[in-house]
Ligand binder design. Sequence first.
Ligand SMILES: O=C(O)CCC(=O)C(=O)O
Length: 360
Amino acid sequence: MTTIEQRDQAAQWHAWIAENLLRGVSPYDIAGTMEASGVDRSSAEQAIASAADHPYLQGARVAAEAAAAASAAKLASNAAAPGSSARAKKYAWWLEVQRRAARLSSHHGELPRVTNPSAEEFLEDFYSRNRACVIEGAMESWPALERWQSPDYLKSVCGDAIVEAQSRGNAGGDAATLSDANLAKSLPFGEFIDIVETAGESQDWYMIANNGAKNLQPLLPLLDDVAYAPFLQPDPARTFLWYGPKGIVTPLHHDLTNNLMAQVRGRKYIQLIAPHESAHMYNHVHRYSQVDSFDIDYDAFPAMRDVTIVDVELGPGQMLFIPSGWWHAVRGLDISITLTMMRFPWDNEFHEFYDSYGEL
Ligand SMILES: O=C(O)CCC(=O)C(=O)O
């Protein structure tokens, strides 16, 4: 028999699933969050599927759509707030003011570098200012820096564990397409390591953050080789391993939270674009851009000519702070292993008030 606490907990999960489905969050992301919180993956998927089919949820969806249509119509007929496009133009004007002001700096287009900042320095100079930076010297005590250079070491720690990674084959497209759950394959970590280590320059296999929920338990022992900096909180569920061959690409997108990339092995080339450039960006859906920023087609995307792209090369032992809303695209210059970390001791739940999941 279930206890009262268990019953209450299940009810809370059901309400949370329904809320997120209505907000348009993908079932894959919902299942990932539940799994990271300790819910068995197949029970999570079952609960999500039955919620999605439930007549109560379908009714709520119809009511929500009707309410949204009514409020859009009200906005459009209100002379004081003449429709969302006038309001959107005004937000673009505010952004343009920021962009023009930023260009006046003699350091425009440069990325600040800081050595081993304290939590207070990092908060004051970068985190609270939504300002990107490279951090040096904050990974010196990481055993991973030496140990993870060796594929044999990685195999000795968890080579038999079943992990998940993206097998892209020839799939092209934006970052959303390449992180799609349909491309995820399960295999022993040792087998994945052999594939990546012998792939040469390749666009095929890549272990990414979207595989993180599946890889949390199998790869947990590797986190013994990591020492979290004072401006991070240790949280395996918000620490993601990226492991891929030379040439592998993550196309242009922005995150909904602040994100710290820690480069452990190999080098990565990263393009960064400040959020105040966004009125000149092409952003067809959610947080993704349809522009190939490594080979921009300026005839198709002329406004990109006005966008300042900051280039960074990140090597082992260096971190890159990518604040929420900063556009970025990444290419592996070598076989590379990166950790991304998102658990900071300060507000980082910016996804909670984000509501632009669909086409834009
Ligand atoms: O390292 C990569 O390939 C991409 C990392 C990234 O874009 C992210 O964490 O948002």
